[in-house]
Write a new protein. Structure first.
Length: 448
């Protein structure tokens, strides 16, 4: 499509979105004169057009032009006298220059197939906001939560959205791969004084618009790699490049990570993904069944059986479904029913069923000690006779069970990690001043 026809299509669309008088005044005499990789140059008749289109119509122009081209452009509005300073060169419009394979992105993951519930809604909404405005909204975006809850899916979804809707260069990498790359350039430089290896490494990680790095907690212990990532982070951040990070715990909960890295991770937005509730697990099961190549009837009681036994890991839930499908196929296409599912999953679920939850034990012992109920401890009640035992139980879970803040918050009725941290620090301070309280807590610990 040439520039003239492209702009004609644009004007036809924009005319439907604004008033006739606005169209006649501001758009009817405009002309698209140049497109390069990131910018569209539009000729306008007067200075007032430059100012008004840039300040009051830019968003709708970008949105409508993206509908025509499938690509996001920034717009420059110029006058006739400006043309002598502009080198007009038409370039092809189409697929963004950075492709999915070069970005290490998995095209199977998108926002459209990410099932949302209460436990991950905030994370999903924040991720979409970043995908729509990379480098502008939340930078860095730090996604954390236990393994198997969909962090990686969400990160790939962000990357795929950006690739499909812009010309930005995206790189997805695991922390282990980052460390391996860094160790390799150190080895080459030590052996051969190979400065080209260093240059290639920096180009790979810094010459991008969006860096997505998974499992950043694996950076712990790699001191030199932490220094290099710190430098990489600064370079990207200072140039308003989007950084997206995932971990199995919050930044403050990653031990032996340099404090300056923790500080930078806190510059943007932290979002946690909690284990899915029963309703979300059922929705995930239904979505997976609908997309499965085997169109076998899946009874409701079988779905509920799987959902009830996979409370904290979406991957385990998906694995259970795969196992049931495979078992039905092996049994010569037998109908799926509860007996078949129980047989197929008898070894798969055994560890989940017998696992003991030490946090529950601490909550029960604390409730008994202070003569209150477990429900009180998990509630939002702020009465001192309830709030203090709650904080004590959190303190024990954190300092003696070494549980992470997210898991503690979840088990205490869905508290966020900041609330847990406040409670732990408060009790830590109180026991320094109150020997009796310290003794009470020790009695509970001795009973665990």
């Amino acid at each position: 499509m040439d520039l003239q026809n492209m702009w004609k299509s644009f004007l036809e669309k924009i005319k439907l979105k604004i008033s006739d008088i606005a169209y006649d005044t501001w758009f009817s005499e405009t002309e698209l004169i140049n497109l390069d990789e990131h910018k569209a140059t539009v000729l306008v008749p007067y200075n007032v057009h430059q100012k008004n289109l840039a300040e009051n119509y830019n968003d709708i122009i970008v949105e409508t032009f993206q509908e025509i081209t499938g690509t996001n452009f920034t717009f420059e509005f110029v006058l006739e006298e400006d043309l002598k300073n502009i080198e007009v060169e038409e370039t092809p419009i189409g697929v963004p220059t950075n492709n999915i394979m070069e970005s290490n992105l998995d095209h199977r993951y998108s926002f459209s197939n990410y099932i949302i519930g209460k436990s991950n809604k905030f994370a999903a909404t924040s991720a979409l906001a970043v995908a729509e405005h990379p480098g502008k909204m939340y930078n860095p975006l730090f996604i954390y939560g236990p393994s198997g809850l969909g962090k990686t899916h969400l990160m790939h979804a962000i990357g795929n959205y950006i690739v499909q809707n812009s010309n930005k260069k995206v790189l997805y990498i695991t922390c282990d791969n980052f460390v391996s790359d860094f160790v390799e350039i150190c080895r080459k430089n030590n052996n051969n004084n190979n400065l080209d290896a260093t240059k290639a490494f920096k180009n790979k990680y810094r010459d991008v618009d969006v860096l997505i790095i998974d499992d950043i907690h694996n950076l712990v212990g790699a001191v030199s790699a932490q220094q290099e990532f710190f430098n990489t982070f600064n370079e990207l951040y200072n140039h308003e490049k989007q950084i997206i990070i995932s971990s199995d715990r919050s930044p403050d909960d990653i031990k032996r990570l340099e404090s300056r890295l923790k500080t930078r991770f806190n510059w943007g937005l932290q979002v946690d993904i909690l284990p899915p509730d029963f309703e979300l697990r059922m929705n995930i099961i239904n979505a997976k069944i609908d997309s499965h190549e085997l169109k076998i009837d899946f009874p409701e009681d079988v779905k509920e059986y799987i959902a009830s036994n996979c409370a904290s890991d979406v991957r385990k839930l998906e694995g259970a479904l795969t196992r049931v499908f495979a078992y039905a196929t092996i049994m010569n296409g037998s109908d799926i029913n509860l007996d078949l599912a129980v047989e197929a999953l008898k070894d798969y679920f055994v560890k989940t069923i017998v696992a003991q939850n030490k946090i529950d034990q601490v909550i029960q012992l604390t409730a008994d000690h202070y003569n209150i109920s477990v429900e009180d401890i998990k509630s939002k009640k702020r009465l001192s006779k309830i709030a203090v035992p709650r904080q004590i139980a959190m303190y024990i879970c954190r300092n003696y069970l070494n549980e992470n803040l997210t898991k503690i918050g979840l088990e205490f009725g869905g508290k966020n990690h900041t609330t847990v941290m406040h409670s732990v620090n408060k009790i830590k301070k109180m026991i320094k001043e109150d020997e009796n309280l310290n003794n009470e807590i020790q009695k509970i610990i001795d009973s665990v």
